[in-house]
Design a binder for this molecule. Sequence first.
Ligand SMILES: [Fe+2]
Ligand SMILES: [Fe+2]
Length: 194
Amino acid sequence: MAKDKSLVIKSGSFMTDVQELRRRARSHIEQGAVTEGYRADVDTVLRVLNEALATEIVCVLRYKRHHYMAAGIHATAVAEEFLEHANAEQRHADQIAERITQLGGEPDLNPGNLVGRSHSEYVEGKGLIDMIREDLVAERIVIESYSEIIRFLGNDDPSSRRLMEETLAEEEDHANDLRTLIESLGLDRITRQG
Ligand SMILES: [Fe+2]
Ligand SMILES: [Fe+2]
């Protein structure tokens, strides 16, 4: 396998010549992970990743609010589910912020910009049903927007794309958890009417 690979590099038909790769890696080292081979428009990627970061932070805040409100009305199992999701969204936010810095950008955590940049909304919800339904709506928005981001990244930034794909898979799990929650609580008829 390794033998085949070196042959491919030598032939120059598949990969850039190894000497050229080494030369390029040595120039502009201040750009960190962004090499000359980086094919995406880094400014656009940074803007899109900052929107995803804002989306995650808004989701953390919404789930935290719902966690404490559900705990207050003794809906312990639902409160636990909300907390689990809040923690997952925080992890997503951290991973996206880290990727932004890898690309030489700055994570925008200015509270004043969060709602404007976020794709999902902060809806407090009036009761348990309302909260679960709003969370499901938010997850569905996130699923749509992350799918779009993944299509945009295509093959131009595989690491950002992989991060967003892994995040998307977890958001799909969240949506599924919420749907199951609605069913298990016998709320599906009520929510369908609303
Ligand atoms: Fe998330
Ligand atoms: Fe989520």
